[in-house]
Design a protein around this ligand. Structure first.
Ligand code: SF4
Length: 84
């Protein structure tokens, strides 16, 4: 049986609150550099990002992306699909 990707996550033992900053995104984007570095080295960053995109996760940092960055990725992918 295959393990779920989250079982190999670099953030598995960290406080989840670190990934859900409470301040407005415009403010916290400057505060998430350490999280982005952690995610950049995470072995499951790909599945993590795809999960956040597929579920439309509206909060928190997933695979080093902010909610607005994920909205842009989803919009870009949507445009590519409609162009064919
Ligand atoms: S990419 Fe970042 S948020 Fe996603 S599982 Fe890895 S450490 Fe956690």
């Amino acid at each position: 049986m295959t393990n779920h990707w989250s079982e190999s996550a670099s953030c598995r033992s960290l406080d989840p609150e670190l990934f859900f900053p409470v301040s407005r995104e415009a403010v916290y984007t400057t505060q998430i550099a350490p999280i982005r570095r952690l995610c950049a080295a995470c072995p499951v960053a790909g599945p993590c990002l795809e999960w956040a995109l597929a579920t439309g996760e509206p909060h928190g940092i997933w695979a080093g992306t902010t909610p607005s960055e994920r909205r842009r990725i989803r919009a870009t992918r949507g445009r590519r699909l409609t162009r064919g």
